[in-house]
Write a protein that binds this ligand. Sequence first.
Ligand code: 5GP
Length: 185
Amino acid sequence: MATPKLIIISAPSGAGKSTIVKALMQALPELELSISACTRAPRTGEIDGVHYHFLSVEDFKRKIAAGDFIEWEMVYEGKYYGTLKSEIERIQRKGNIPILDIDVVGGINVMKLYPDTSISVFIQPPSIEELKNRLEKRGTETKESLEERVNKADQEIALKEHFRHVVVNDDLQQAVEKVKAIILS
Ligand code: 5GP
């Protein structure tokens, strides 16, 4: 396989994807997070330009019209998320490898754009029940948004066959090691 141009990590919300991505970047310094644009409100502690580029819906739509995204999705009702071309270019110009923490449909779309030069990994939660527990513990969701995320997880797990690699996250450390081995191979 050619040198990967990018790494795609997809999973239902609450599967531990962001934690795994953070650990991977610590272990493999040439990986750099592609900072997505989104229209949801920042959570406590989230910084614009670090965790996301937080945009209004109007600005996000302007960027869609300008062709600024390699992919975008309305991931949740009224909430847009997208991968900016400028992010991928910025990271690749530095000689680094972009790592994308994106939803499952977005992951499949990016895979189609880079069929030969991307590595795609689906992070599977041990069960829907466990995923619900994790989201509750995280405490970032309302009752409605938690329900929306849990319902969406079922549909996302049904799409896991599209990914070249599937890693079950029942033990965080082991999951990180498995994804690391996939990237290094
Ligand atoms: P959260 O609101 O919990 O930060 O993210 C919700 C979901 O949106 C997660 O599954 C996350 O991976 C996904 N997401 C984040 N950025 C992007 C993006 O640029 N494109 C797509 N399609 N999904 C994204």
